[in-house]
Design a protein around this ligand. Sequence first.
Ligand code: GLY
Ligand code: MN
Ligand code: MN
Length: 449
Amino acid sequence: MTSAKLYQAHLAALGDMLEDALSRAAARGLPLDGVLFHAGREDYYHADDQPVPFRSTPHFLRWAPLAGPEHCVLARPGRRPLVIRVAPRDFWYEVTPLADSYWQPSVEVVEVCRLADAREHLQGAGKLAYVGNSAAAAEELGIPETMVEPEALMAPLAWHRGIKTDHEVAQIVRAAEKAAEGHRVARKAFESGASEKEIHWAFLEAAGQLEAELPFATITALDEKIAILHYQNKRGLESAPGKVFMLDAGASHEGYASDITRTWALETADDLYRALLDAMDALQRDLVAMVTPGRPYPEIHLEAHRRTALLLAETGLVRCSAEQALEQGITRTFLPHGVGHHLGLQVHDVGGHQAGPDGGTAPPPSDHPFLRNTRTLEPGHVVTIEPGIYFCDVLLDELRSRPEGSEVEWKLVERLAPCGGVRIEDDVLCTPEGARDLTRPLIQGPRGL
Ligand code: GLY
Ligand code: MN
Ligand code: MN
């Protein structure tokens, strides 16, 4: 299908989702004729005239992949979406021209110089809610504060974002293609002895992304820094050459994110670590296969812990049985984060803890507080599967101080600590037939699969 056809079908699906959201809002005492999605207003650093890098409201981007602040989409059931492009007459900044694109034939587009001028296009549109980051902007549009992101509307809108249309899956795949190219070149940089900074720059260049376009800051870690889950620094030459390298990095395409992690080791790295890396790759693929409709996502998380317990016992990192390692919570020291999350217009996409379309919270199990997704998988969900194993000082010190710490083979932990850990992460679509790994066809794992 062409991009234009996919987009048309996407808009039809969004129309159905909008109708459902509006009828749910009406049932909760909030009758609405439509929704005004605002790309959002630029923000500035404190006491400064420099803008914070701008990100469009994801709900807006879902309707119109139009970059930049202030644009709007007026969405009403049964009507073509009206895209209101705000194009100021500006001599300081370029007003990016509106190039012909696949999505435009499916919508109406009008152009105004200022947001307030959009108001005339809302005449007769009825009662609207505003979705965006600025109550002041809503006021300029004549929408009262009580209609700014009302919960009765936002809950179903967030819930429906969990189901990706074919157009959205194609966008995520485009984002994954860019990231995969970045990962390939970054791996070569690592193998040629580059520093964390140099590897990060190699990723950006190969992915064709500016720093501000990334869906999240890359986690570019050599050796022991891999143990820091969201390691935010990039060291210079003092970090090079590394023996082990982990890159957790995605790219964006028209607002859609990819989120991919690969870990690589040189042949000179510790043999036990290399075995762990291969085992984690096999484990990760088994978890990917669990992305099937009807499965509560937390089952995958708990399976990751069962398999981590086996790995700890097999490698001799614990002296107790796998069952005991699991029961005593030892696996949580080595795998402290959730096994993954929804992925879409945000890297940690909305609605992961939502109980249902009308809202409410489905919290993660109390001893797994960092699990970001508690929903039951449905066709159209795109999630990450990202198990890992880490040798993290803070967590190891805590385990050492507990009675269960005596079950750990600390000599082995100390041997492996300079390698930091392993994380492997793919983006996975739940289809009616089961898992479709969107990442592996683009970039292999450590075992070459
Ligand atoms: N890059 C953060 C994550 O994998 O969730
Ligand atoms: Mn992730
Ligand atoms: Mn990631």
